[in-house]
Design a protein around this ligand. Structure first.
Ligand SMILES: [Zn+2]
Length: 212
């Protein structure tokens, strides 16, 4: 049983206000996604962020023939790129999802960016399964296009909607992790143990950097 005053409880009003989510349909969708995330999270309960990434990777591999059997997610500061903020690349044969990190990012920002960018892929896959489950076997080419379009939509008109869905998953990952570590670690690693609201604030700050 979680403690009564558990400050990692989801505060939807705070989340919607800070991420500027006003549309009722989107609010309901996000509430449903957070419930779905609870189920998914049982696979990552005892794991840090890298294991969330790994779990998404393994999830994608089960979606054959859409994803390559050795599909992987990697991340780092890539030579030849000069990103100021986090971004992602989905490879055309669904063999890799690459997270590009800005150079000089703090350990905490890297963790948040990796959670956010993986959140984009997580949402794309969720939507694929939700709306095109039958096409996964019948029409993998279409499915890869769907995923690419979903991941590219971040750069389109609905930028904020897609951005926030990824933020909600990213926040959920960090919040779960924080709750798990709370009480297990001593004061030398307090940043691992933030409450819900400061976690939302961190993601809000990264979102503002991206929009500016
Ligand atoms: Zn994003």
């Amino acid at each position: 049983m979680p403690p009564k005053d558990n400050t990692n409880d989801i505060d939807f009003d705070y989340l919607f206000q800070k991420l500027n989510i006003q549309d009722d349909k989107e609010k309901n969708l996000i509430k449903a996604e957070i419930l779905g995330f609870e189920v998914f999270y049982k696979y990552v309960r005892k794991q840090p962020i890298s294991s969330f990434i790994r779990t998404v990777e393994l999830k994608c591999r089960t979606l054959q023939p859409v994803f390559h059997e050795f599909f992987n997610i990697d991340y780092g500061v890539m030579i030849g790129t000069n990103v100021k903020i986090g971004s992602c690349m989905f490879f055309p044969s669904a063999e890799r999802f690459r997270i590009l990190l800005p150079s000089g990012a703090t350990e905490e920002d890297i963790r948040n960016i990796a959670a956010h960018e993986t959140g984009h892929l997580y949402c794309a896959v969720r939507f694929l399964e939700k709306f095109y489950k039958k096409s996964i076997v019948k029409n993998p080419g279409f499915c890869r296009k769907f995923l690419q379009a979903y991941l590219d939509a971040e750069r389109g008109k609905k930028f904020e909607v897609y951005e926030n869905r990824a933020n909600v998953i990213g926040i959920s990952v960090i919040n779960k992790r924080s709750y798990f570590y709370k009480g297990k670690l001593q004061t030398n690693a307090r940043y691992l143990c933030k409450n819900f609201k400061p976690i939302v604030d961190d993601f809000e700050r990264l979102k503002k950097l991206k929009s500016s």
